[in-house]
Write a protein that binds this ligand. Structure first.
Ligand code: 6IA
Length: 138
């Protein structure tokens, strides 16, 4: 197993935290496959520490991590401007991108993500399904 694989996890923060527990679980699965650079996205306690950073510091640090990573894994059910921005940057940077969408959410994924074949979008009903998707990918 390549322990030094760097994974950038993206999930909604100011877009809404309804799915935060799912992010937490996905990050736990991802830890088996590499170093997750953005653990705070699934951890409200860690996020509180971000309050000491300016908006620019958050943006610049996240962009440095995005540049540094090999894989971007995004949970895209809760629409988020930040996640959309990260996905667009990841495409420009030619990162490997995997998106997870909760099909039982009653939401519809933006056509700008669903219609871009570069993004491998996987639909799931239970978060536990993501574990087997990740096993196939890594
Ligand atoms: O637009 P959003 O806030 O929903 O954007 C979420 C995405 O942008 C996540 O995938 C993060 O990688 C990134 N992001 C946005 N805000 C932050 C943040 N602090 N810390 C780290 N990454 C962020 C936000 C303020 C905090 C004090 C609650």
């Amino acid at each position: 197993m390549a322990i030094n694989r760097k994974i950038y996890f993206a999930g909604s923060i100011r877009g809404g935290r309804e799915d935060a527990e799912k992010y937490h679980q996905i990050i736990n699965y991802l830890r088996s496959y590499g170093e997750v650079l953005t653990e705070h996205v699934g951890d409200d306690e860690l996020l509180k520490q971000e309050k000491s950073l300016s908006e620019k510091e958050i943006h610049d640090r996240d962009m440095a991590w995005l540049t540094d990573c090999e894989y971007v894994v995004a949970e895209v059910t809760q629409p988020s401007l930040g996640v959309g921005y990260e996905l667009a940057m990841a495409l420009t940077m030619k990162k490997q991108v995997i998106c997870f969408f909760h099909s039982g959410s009653g939401k519809r994924l933006s056509a700008m993500i669903a219609g871009q074949p570069y993004y491998k979008v996987k639909n799931y009903n239970e978060v536990s399904e993501i574990e087997s998707y990740l096993r196939e990918i890594f």
